[in-house]
Write a protein that binds this ligand. Structure first.
Ligand SMILES: Cc1ncc(COP(=O)(O)O)c(C=O)c1O
Length: 380
């Protein structure tokens, strides 16, 4: 018996909407499901406009472009993230500037941001890692003070919430992806909301929304269709994919409840092990456990690679943590990030992995994973 690291949950509603879509003939990048999906997700996250795109990577690509990031402009981001973040900036001619992770939440260490701001800084890109929000108050206040845009990467944090304005009478909960100026989401099959492949960019700024729509669709001009003054992309999502997504959004409360059950159950069963650091939930956060990660203490004598091997032998599929951008040959070979060190990200990249965390995970599977973790820790 093998327990997969993820399995999507597709319900009857998804099938019904997709069939409706097929029967209607609206199978390309226009149609009622696309509009409804964009509106529903923007409104769920607390933004005015949603622009659906082909995946989370292309969402970041046009989010950065629409933010006006161009040659030489700097964007501060965590080193511990997926390459999509750094490559979105690089493809637009900008320069990714890195900060380390915070050891408890594994999100960007916001105390390191200010020292990285230069006259070329244009934006900060917080990434809500594995379902836990970044501490956004510091990000927002620094951005305001220095005139920077905030581009949230909320690909992994659908429905996660952050308590903004702590310590003031303005304090209130906000959904991740609804806090910055622009946000990007992925709807890949392992996300809380999936469309198979897919993504979306959100903003409340009508001008940015217009730029995003244009960049998504080859920069056609509304007044003269095949006349171009700019280069864009075909990053369109289909109505068929949006039909799946809309059904998934309608199920968000159950999805989050399932993820929180999974996260809390894993923690309850694993917390006795001194050698494991488990996901946390800061008092200012409601996290969604997109993936249940763990970091092995060096005292266990095992690295994540070895631990993953032991778990695989017991039928448990895992995935390694991200490897920091400053350790990526594709960047270091271009002379980027040389001699930069980020000890927290370096450590968790070597000692961290995530366990099966899909929406179909059963209680007995979860118990089997925890047993395998225990056996793998004591195996020599
Ligand atoms: C934080 C983050 N940003 C962006 C992406 C890219 O999304 P996609 O795989 O849809 O291109 C991912 C993918 O998992 C991600 O985890």
């Amino acid at each position: 018996m093998k327990i997969p690291v993820n399995e999507p949950l597709i319900g009857e509603k998804e099938i019904e909407y997709v069939l409706d879509c097929l029967r209607s003939g609206w199978i390309s990048s226009a149609g009622k499901y696309l509009e409804a999906f964009e509106e529903a997700w923007a409104s769920y996250c607390g933004m005015r406009f949603g622009v659906a795109v082909s995946n989370g990577t292309t969402a970041l690509q046009i989010a950065v472009a629409a933010a006006g990031i161009g040659p030489g402009d700097e964007v501060i981001m965590p080193t511990f993230t997926i390459i999509s973040c750094a490559q979105a900036v690089t493809y637009n001619g900008g320069v990714p500037v890195l900060v380390d992770s915070e050891p408890r939440t594994w999100c960007m260490d916001v105390s390191q941001l200010e020292a990285k701001i230069t006259p070329r800084t244009k934006a900060i890109m917080p990434v809500h890692i594995y379902g836990h929000p970044v501490d956004m108050d510091t990000v927002i206040s620094l951005a305001k003070r220095h005139g920077l845009l905030v581009i949230e990467d909320a690909a992994e944090a659908h429905g996660a919430e952050y308590l903004s304005g702590r310590g003031t009478d303005q304090s209130h909960w906000q959904r991740c992806g609804g806090i910055g100026d622009i946000s990007a989401f992925s709807f890949y099959a392992n996300k809380l909301v999936t469309t198979g492949e897919g993504g979306m960019v959100l903003t409340s700024d009508p001008q940015i929304a217009g730029r995003l729509r244009s960049l998504r669709n080859l920069c056609f001009r509304p007044e003269q269709r095949f006349y171009h003054t700019e280069l864009g992309h075909n990053f369109r999502l289909t109505n068929l994919q949006a039909a799946i997504g809309l059904a998934q959004i309608e199920r968000m409360p159950e999805t989050i409840a399932k993820k929180r059950w999974m996260g809390e159950s894993y923690t309850r069963r694993l917390q006795a092990h001194a050698g494991l650091s488990l996901p946390v939930e800061e008092p200012w956060a409601r996290q969604v456990y997109w993936m249940y990660g763990l970091v092995l203490d060096e005292s266990t004598g095992v690295t994540a690679v070895e631990f993953a091997r032991r778990l695989a032998e017991r039928g448990i599929e895992t995935r390694p943590f991200f490897l920091g951008m400053h350790e990526q040959p594709v960047f270091t070979s271009r002379g980027m990030f040389t001699r930069e060190q980020y000890p927290v990200a370096e450590r968790i990249a070597r000692q961290g992995l995530y366990l099966p965390s899909g929406l179909t995970l059963t209680e007995s599977q979860l118990a089997a994973v925890c047993q395998a973790v225990e056996d793998s820790l004591s195996a020599t």
